[in-house]
Design a protein around this ligand. Structure first.
Ligand SMILES: Cc1cc2nc3c(=O)[nH]c(=O)nc-3n(C[C@H](O)[C@H](O)[C@H](O)COP(=O)(O)OP(=O)(O)OC[C@H]3O[C@@H](n4cnc5c(N)ncnc54)[C@H](O)[C@@H]3O)c2cc1C
Length: 136
């Protein structure tokens, strides 16, 4: 929607010309989601090993800072580092993740002022200014 439509719905939104209005988006507490997921996985017999860093692999043996793990299947879900790990396994070598730093801004006035999910969009002319330098 355009800026005028957005401001009618959510007068506190700051955006650049347009915004995404998502009436079907739900808001959840990510801690509760993770806690419920953990509970379900533990019940299903999954062992969760925390604080374990992927360092490399040799075939199906994954090297970590806690020793080696044998894997039947390996699911790479390392977020912004997933491209590096995929590359280790020979996948997606021509792709690089372009990271964006996200910040939460807390609106501290009335809670009732913010009651819809609306996503401001950036000015595309300055969107990639921080990404012109390749990652080390
Ligand atoms: C400030 C902010 C606000 C956001 N708000 C929202 C929102 O409101 N709604 C929404 O839908 N999304 C939101 N997002 C986006 C959302 O957080 C991400 O899209 C989502 O977390 C990506 O999930 P993921 O599992 O792919 O990666 P991540 O959540 O980044 O998880 C990757 C994990 O891999 C681990 N890891 C990395 N390298 C290694 C390694 N070598 N060995 C072992 N582990 C490793 C990391 O420590 C991390 O725990 C927000 C993001 C930010 C930054």
């Amino acid at each position: 929607m355009d800026e005028g439509q957005v401001l009618d719905l959510a007068p506190n939104v700051k955006t650049f010309k347009r915004a995404l209005y998502s009436p079907n988006t739900a808001s959840v507490d990510p801690r509760q989601v993770c806690a419920a997921l953990k509970e379900d996985l533990l019940k299903a017999g999954v062992e969760i090993i925390f604080n374990t860093k992927y360092l490399g692999h040799s075939g199906q043996t994954v090297k970590t800072n806690q020793g080696e793990l044998e894997a039947g299947k390996i699911i790479n879900c390392a977020g912004l580092y997933a491209d590096k790990i995929a590359g280790d396994f020979g996948f997606g070598k021509k792709y690089t993740m372009i990271p964006f730093k996200g910040l939460y801004l807390k609106y501290a006035k009335n809670k009732t002022d913010v009651n819809i999910n609306v996503y401001p969009v950036p000015n595309l002319k300055i969107l990639f200014w921080a990404c012109t330098t390749p990652r080390p």
